[in-house]
Design a protein around this ligand. Structure first.
Ligand code: HEM
Length: 146
């Protein structure tokens, strides 16, 4: 169970990062070029939202089944973890949740904008901030075996 969920979370991460980068780039181009916000732009932003939400769901399950999630906090206590353990058990999950909240706010705000430029702007800013937060707390060493 643990290794399946861990593998799923690990591979799904590639799609999440890719679609988020595409969504941020697309919204930034839309914002700066003054394009119309079309069905294609809606689809890209929606896919990025859905992909990150699925990762949240997988991550939440992983948090409770992984030896590197909640279990490590219970066994070591908040103050007894190494920085690598703290990254996996605290920083990565909680910054990830914060990032997904920002992305969700961006999605709901973009729908209420009166101009296409502002709709692109909301996606670019909120998804962009979310992406930066996610990138800042990915356990790169463990993931890519660096
Ligand atoms: C927001 C997007 C997220 C991305 C792109 C992401 C990506 C990753 C990656 C690449 C790893 C390393 C996997 C490996 O070493 O093979 C990982 C580990 C982990 N993630 Fe996430 N994650 C995200 C959100 C979350 C959330 C929201 C949670 C929990 C609420 C979470 C919980 C975990 C846990 C517990 C691990 C450690 C797994 C282990 O070593 O057993 N992740 N994540």
């Amino acid at each position: 169970m643990y290794s399946t969920i861990q593998m799923l979370h690990s591979y799904w991460a590639y799609f999440v990062l890719l679609i988020l980068i595409v969504a941020v780039a697309n919204a930034t181009i839309g914002f700066t070029s003054g394009k119309k916000f079309t069905a294609k732009d809606l689809r890209i932003s929606l896919f990025a939202l859905i992909f990150t939400h699925l990762q949240l769901l997988i991550g939440l399950i992983l948090y409770f089944v992984s030896p590197n999630g909640m279990n490590i906090i219970s066994s070591r206590g908040m103050g007894g973890m190494t920085s690598a353990e703290r990254l996996l058990a605290l920083e990565h999950p909680f910054v990830g949740i914060l990032a997904i909240i920002l992305i969700t706010i961006g999605w709901s705000k973009h729908k209420k904008q009166e101009t296409d430029k502002r709709a692109f702007g909301k996606i670019a800013i909120f998804y962009g901030l979310g992406l930066l937060l996610i990138l800042s707390r990915i356990p790169w060493n463990q993931w890519l075996g660096l």
